[in-house]
Design a protein around this ligand. Structure first.
Ligand SMILES: *[C@@H]1O[C@H](CO)[C@@H](O)[C@H](O)[C@H]1NC(C)=O
Length: 381
């Protein structure tokens, strides 16, 4: 079995695996405790000046983004390929040092297909590359709210906890969305926010796939091969509540190298394989496109369902292209490489695929500056 793993042989033996595990636990607990301590230290600001409080919390959220990014950089380093269609043209760049820069807006709803627990780690890094890692809002299971320390920290972050019971959850969405929509403010005064939603509701696994198929059969539509049918209620509600306070939905399609057609990523890229054995996917592939919210029919449930299904059918097609060619499609324009001096070099072509004319950049999850690491352990100022 180990010889046929798509990420190759086990790289670290028992002893090194134990060392990696211990270091990981130490780094993450120390980082999380330091961050949550900073959140608590700053929380009295709430009673003094709410804007100051939210700005402070955003700095501690940046630290969390740094923690997550270094976790990926150090424990599961791999090649990342990024591409997009013409709707994001010019927004994805790479510096001469190979660092990714995403020129994405400050306020958006970010949607993606959901294959693995590690999806959100890569999205957090994308937020980092866009310098928006202090503005991320995620939706989590209710049970996580009460995990000691980390759970409290996540509550202070304004994350949305859901019980998978829409009557209950709607209230929480409403409360949080009112805050992040900030409709009482002028557009330029609204704080940055990236609301991250996985419309599939759960990662790809046999049970989820079975219920997606059941639903598809009931509706008389095709069950996608590589994604799950999207659920629309939560996302529709978010778009309705946010409406003109946010301009864009960004859609990311994510594909991991080495998941065979009849297998599930969660069984191959387990925490153990990735973090301990040193077998992350050989590459992680991300494709971006964006949609103007005012052009999405979110006020009409039937039309919105159809709109989402059409987008997911396109994603399924992109995933099929990936299965066949090893690349997600790219745009036809070359991706810019920024020299550090600020002059722009000609684009660096990394991969052309038979089915897509466009360009794909290769990069890695990496911090801009190692000095960001000690900042995790300091009270932000
Ligand atoms: C949806 O309805 C709201 C409230 O009536 C309106 O402000 C918004 O422009 C509508 N959006 C679209 C895309 O039709």
């Amino acid at each position: 079995m180990s010889d046929t793993h798509p990420a190759g042989k086990v790289r670290y033996g028992g002893f090194l695996q134990a060392v990696r595990l211990i270091l990981f636990i130490l780094y993450f607990s120390a980082g999380s405790i330091a961050i949550v301590a900073s959140e608590f230290i700053g929380s009295p600001l709430y009673f003094y000046n709410k804007d100051l409080f939210y700005a402070y919390i955003s700095l501690t959220k940046q630290s969390f983004g740094t923690l997550v990014t270094t976790g990926t950089q150090w424990w599961t380093p791999t090649t990342i390929r990024i591409s997009g269609d013409k709707s994001v043209r010019g927004q994805i760049r790479i510096t001469e040092d190979g660092l990714l820069e995403c020129d994405f807006p400050e306020r958006m709803v970010f949607i993606a297909n959901h294959q693995l627990y590690s999806d959100w780690l890569y999205i957090w890094w994308i937020a980092y590359a866009a310098r928006m890692h202090g503005a991320v809002y995620i939706i989590l299971k209710e049970s996580l709210k009460w995990v000691p320390i980390v759970g409290w920290g996540m509550q202070l972050y304004g994350f949305i906890f859901v019980a998978r019971n829409w009557a209950k959850d709607q209230e929480r969405f409403k409360h949080r969305l009112e805050k992040i929509a900030a409709k009482d403010r002028k557009p330029q005064d609204r704080p940055p926010m990236w609301l991250l939603i996985f419309p599939e509701g759960t990662n790809m696994c046999p049970n989820a796939r079975a219920s997606s198929k059941k639903f598809a059969d009931k509706m008389g539509i095709k069950n996608p091969d590589h994604v799950l049918l999207p659920r629309v209620t939560g996302l529709q509600y978010c778009l309705q509540q946010l409406d003109e306070s946010v301009e864009w939905v960004y859609d990311c399609t994510m594909a991991y190298e080495g998941i065979p057609r009849d297998k599930y990523g969660q069984d191959i890229f387990t925490l153990r394989a990735q973090y301990l054995q040193g077998r992350p996917p050989k590459s992680v592939n991300l494709h971006f496109r964006r949609f103007r919210i005012s052009e999405i029919p979110y006020n009409d449930t039937k039309k919105f369902e159809q709109w989402m299904r059409d987008r997911w059918t396109e994603k399924d097609e992109m995933m099929e292209t990936y299965m066949q060619t090893g690349r997600l499609p790219g745009d036809d324009e070359e991706v810019e490489v920024l020299s550090n001096g600020g002059t722009t070099n000609p684009g660096k072509k990394v991969g052309k695929t038979p089915t897509a004319k466009g360009n794909v950049v290769e990069t890695a999850v990496k911090l801009r500056n190692w000095f960001e690491v000690p900042k995790i352990f300091m009270v932000p100022m």
